[in-house]
Design a protein around this ligand. Structure first.
Ligand code: ZN
Ligand code: ZN
Length: 149
């Protein structure tokens, strides 16, 4: 009887697998280029802006904030800086319909979808167990990339 109780507790532990995947996937933290707020993001899906570190602004924007033809040298030395979802939303409010930036959450939903159906195998607790084991031994992200066929 006590054994039966324990087993019940273990099966009840399930929880939503996709949340667990989200936790295992690479998550980065950084400061938003737009507002300077620290935020966490998926490095594969986050919206980024190219910033010329010498001028500390996008190469196609001049000191007055006007659009200018980008200097190729400035473009070449530019680095990608993350932009938080709030700033993407604010930017989209000023953009013409059809020219809006796809938010990180939309891209990440597809991203997680790809991971969730890795190799056409449905997400099961056994898969999660493997991920957890791999994480302990230093797992290889490439293994979770979708396979053809
Ligand atoms: Zn921001
Ligand atoms: Zn992602």
């Amino acid at each position: 009887m006590p054994n039966g109780d324990r087993r019940g507790a273990v099966t009840g532990l399930g929880g939503p697998p996709l949340t667990l995947i989200g936790m295992i996937m690479e998550i980065a933290t950084g400061h938003c280029y737009g507002c300077g707020c620290p935020f966490t993001f998926c490095p594969d899906c986050v919206v980024t802006i190219a910033v010329d570190p010498m001028a500390n602004r996008a190469p196609d924007v001049d000191a007055e904030g006007r659009t200018q033809p980008p200097d190729p040298a400035a473009v070449a030395r530019s680095v990608q800086r993350p932009v938080c979802p709030e700033c993407v939303e604010r930017a989209n409010e000023r953009r013409a319909p059809g020219e809006t930036i796809e938010p990180e959450s939309d891209r990440h939903a597809r991203h997680v979808g790809v991971y969730g159906t890795s190799g056409g195998v449905g997400l099961t607790n056994a898969v999660i167990e493997q991920l957890a084991e791999d994480a302990e031994t230093g797992y290889d992200v490439a293994r979770f990339r979708p396979r053809r066929g």
